[in-house]
Design a protein. Structure first.
Length: 221
């Protein structure tokens, strides 16, 4: 009975987040660009939170706690340092190295930012919008619930990472889906294998990695 409830909650969370993501992308393409700059920046961040609405409802209904999703208040400073370290190392390996090898087109975000305020906003958006939302859903809720059914970290890593990969199909292609799946699995492995690496650490790592893509494009192109 418990497994069937967990499976149902996974289906609801996945469908809810995927449909919400499609809605957010549609909103961004049709309405967001027409808003004043300040409202556009705020709407971009808050709009991304909308993707987590259904998963949050699932969390409340199933009476889960944030601790169940890998969040903890223990040794917060270490969690932050670990997250920063992972994010920077990923950025060097997956963004700087491809740039130096002449493969910039495969890792460039295409945003072409030029001004300091744009890069500051990018860090805020990537950290508090994208990373917070996606890590809560994929390395938090889905990972926990898949593991409770499969009783295996391997199954939880594989399934949650596949969901994470296909979540990006709306804004990318199959190559991006594959690469994002691999990155998702790497995040999971970091939390499993690195002491004091929590979901907070992954949020920080994810946010830094995403934000630095745009910065490196500006510095290296």
């Amino acid at each position: 009975m418990k497994k069937s409830k967990e499976l149902f909650s996974i289906v609801v969370a996945v469908l809810g987040s995927f449909l919400s993501a499609y809605g957010v992308i549609t909103f961004n393409q049709s309405i967001l660009a027409s808003l004043p700059l300040g409202m556009r920046m705020l709407a971009a961040i808050v709009g991304y939170w909308f993707i987590a609405l259904v998963p949050i409802l699932v969390m409340v209904i199933t009476k889960d706690r944030l601790r169940d999703y890998g969040f903890t208040s223990d040794k917060t400073s270490r969690q932050v340092i670990i997250g920063m370290t992972i994010g920077i190392l990923m950025s060097v390996l997956l963004t700087v190295v491809p740039h130096l090898l002449g493969l910039a087109s495969y890792v460039d975000s295409g945003k072409n930012y030029q001004y300091l305020w744009q890069f500051i906003f990018e860090f805020i958006y990537c950290l508090f919008g994208v990373a917070l939302t996606e890590e809560f859903i994929f390395r938090g809720l889905l990972y926990k619930k898949i593991k409770s059914i499969g009783k295996s970290d391997v199954i939880a890593v594989a399934a949650s990472s596949l969901f994470f990969g296909f979540f990006h199909i709306f804004s990318g292609n199959l190559i991006q889906v594959f690469l994002t799946t691999v990155i998702g699995a790497f995040y999971c492995i970091c939390r499993i294998k690195i002491k004091n690496c929590s979901t907070l650490s992954l949020i920080i790592a994810h946010g830094i990695y995403d934000a630095l893509i745009t910065l490196w494009a500006f510095l290296l192109l």
